[in-house]
Write a protein that binds this ligand. Structure first.
Ligand code: AHM
Length: 330
């Protein structure tokens, strides 16, 4: 008979504990903001899991600013995060995919602002496929004795104080960076906390997965077509869920590239710079990956509009460099 060994491990840190232990000056504010974020994420976790039983699947009958049909869960998640950030007292302003303009929380003296996609991948809500919340936290630029403005959000991604996502998948996971590597926290239902489950995520320099909506292949420019053909010649695996967070997360862990190129119909691509591309680009770079629009580093782009879009290539660095080379060799 085999000996059974009892392993006792000290209990993993919660998000708040992990960041409170850090020494940077904003550590305590940041841990409180992340606490607000995780409180909302826990509620959204329940909403997502009970959606069919609770009758909150399907469209609500309205469109967001992008002209996309809003799902009931889009609106519920949006309200959950807005309420949590507002109540924290630490967020002055929010920019959301679901709202045309900025949302003033009334916390005029607060020092931070948030850009978010409260529920990304909404076409997958009704079919029980992974979806996510994506967010960026910035320090505001306007003085705290003034009402915050859109300019507080229109900062390059390099200015992010924190960025990340919550993935509502086979488990609910928060993946986060504050510029010191990438950490993952898994929602433990028993403890009712997001607990540190991976203290340092790093991606592979070279991956073997490519993720792209190939239904638009004929609309892609030659460089993208050549890269996709290269992936197939190399017999890389094609994997595409249609939920950015889920596609990105898989490639982050396994090594791969996600592509959402421009097309004649969408010359700026589909994905939004502020609350989809920048947070994931911050994570990718902190994990050793790259993110570009084909020419420029995503994090260097100076935004000019809240709902600005960009072509997007993100993932393992050698793969991203390869597609950039092909895009530039016309
Ligand atoms: P959404 O904000 O309506 O959910 O759109 C964003 C989603 C991303 O999650 C995903 O990468 C992309 O749209 C998929 O688009 P497509 O259906 O064109 O492949």
């Amino acid at each position: 008979m085999q000996n059974i060994m009892l392993i006792t491990a000290s209990s993993p840190l919660s998000v708040g504990e992990f960041f409170y232990k850090k020494t940077q000056p904003q550590a305590s504010d940041l841990s409180l903001i992340l606490d607000a974020l995780t409180q909302a994420a826990k509620l959204v976790h329940v909403d997502v899991n009970r959606a069919e039983l609770a009758g909150i699947l399907g469209a609500i009958g309205t469109e967001n600013v992008q002209g996309e049909e809003q799902q009931k869960l889009d609106v519920i998640a949006n309200n959950r995060f807005i309420e949590a950030f507002t109540k924290s007292g630490l967020i002055a302003l929010i920019g959301s995919e679901e709202n045309e303009g900025i949302i003033l929380t009334g916390n005029d003296g607060a020092e931070y602002v948030v850009a978010m996609d409260p529920l990304d991948g909404s076409s997958n809500i009704d079919v029980n496929v992974s979806i996510g919340t994506i967010f960026s936290i910035y320090r505001r630029k306007t003085p705290t004795n003034q009402t915050p403005t859109l300019s507080d959000l229109l900062q390059a991604g390099t200015e992010q104080v924190a960025g990340g996502y919550v993935l509502y998948g086979t488990s609910t996971l928060l993946v986060l960076t504050t510029g010191e590597g990438v950490q993952a926290f898994t929602y433990d239902l028993k403890a009712d906390e997001f607990l540190l489950s991976n203290p340092l995520i790093q991606t592979k320099a070279e991956g073997k997965i490519f993720s792209c909506n190939e239904g638009s292949y004929h609309d892609f420019e030659e460089g993208v077509k050549n890269y996709l053909n290269h992936c197939k010649t190399q017999q890389f695996k094609g994997r595409y869920i249609g939920s950015l967070v889920a596609d990105f997360h898989r490639n982050l862990l396994k090594g791969g590239i996600f592509l959402y190129p421009a097309t004649p119909k969408s010359p700026q691509g589909k994905l939004r710079l502020l609350y989809e591309c920048n947070p994931l680009a911050f994570i990718a770079e902190q994990a050793g990956g790259l993110a570009t629009d084909g020419k420029n580093r995503i994090l260097d782009i100076q935004p000019i509009a809240l709902h600005q879009r960009t072509p997007y290539y993100i993932g393992s660095p050698n793969m991203v460099r390869n597609v950039m080379d092909l895009l530039q060799s016309k």
